[in-house]
Design a protein around this ligand. Structure first.
Ligand code: HEM
Length: 216
């Protein structure tokens, strides 16, 4: 394959990206039509997903394929915990529960950690590169809709304090993707897993939409 892997994976997931981006839950959230409770519930779901990603990070640090992607400056769990304490109060943990789609998503990430590090790369890419990109749009809307301090508690998940230049980071990340040392068939499997990762995100949005639907 002559196409760089970073291009392949982006192109292959383009359609799913549009689907996730235009889900009605996201549309309502970004359109300022939902109460802060919906945003908090969404943030809780992210916490379950990032715990799976970042517990896996410890395990995969030395892995030849996934290891180079493990960068502590990306870690989001601590930021999510601060946001949740702000959104839900100090007892937030007792009330946090994964939606069925979230539980399935986190379990799939954990399964990749256990048995398929290259698959973990697909999940890593789907979340972190997205957060460094469109996440900034979500942060801006959340600050304006619910009055969080700019880059403060409530939206810390979207603020990568240790990545001052996201564009440069993303360039370096794409180079890492291009250097993934697996054969073409395995690359295809990673791309398929990336589509699956997007599908999990869309499923989470669908279930959140079920909980927080606006009457038509
Ligand atoms: C309303 C929600 C969303 C908005 C507004 C949004 C917006 C964007 C934008 C503008 C980019 C382009 C960045 C660039 O070219 O450097 C991007 C990239 C990306 N987004 Fe999203 N996005 C959203 C939702 C999502 C979701 C739910 C996911 C998956 C969990 C996701 C994953 C990605 C990924 C992986 C990239 C990187 C593509 C690449 O350059 O390889 N996005 N997003």
């Amino acid at each position: 394959m002559d196409t760089p892997f970073s291009t392949l994976i982006r192109t292959a997931s383009h359609e799913q990206h549009t689907e996730a981006e235009t889900s009605s839950f996201m549309g309502d959230l970004l359109g300022g039509r939902l109460a802060v409770d919906a945003y908090a519930r969404y943030t809780e779901q992210l916490w379950f997903v990032y715990r799976a990603l970042e517990e896996g990070a410890e395990t995969l640090r030395e892995d030849p394929v996934a290891g180079p992607f493990i960068r502590p400056e990306l870690f989001r769990t601590a930021a999510l915990e601060r946001d949740l304490a702000h959104l839900r109060g100090p007892g937030w943990r007792a009330g946090a529960s994964p939606l069925p789609a979230t539980a399935a998503y986190a379990e799939r990430v954990a399964a990749c950690v256990r048995a398929w590090p290259a698959g973990y790369v697909a999940h890593h890419y789907t979340r972190y590169l997205g957060d460094l990109s469109g996440g900034q749009i979500i942060r801006d809307r959340a600050e304006r809709t619910w009055g969080f301090d700019r880059k403060g508690d409530g939206v810390r998940f979207y603020v990568f304090e240790e990545i001052p230049n996201p564009a440069a980071f993303k360039r370096a990340y794409r180079e890492l993707l291009d250097g993934v040392d697996v054969d073409d068939l395995e690359k295809q499997r990673i791309v398929d897993e990336c589509r699956r990762a997007f599908a999990f995100n869309t499923a989470v949005f669908r279930e959140l939409g079920g909980e927080y639907s606006l009457s038509a």
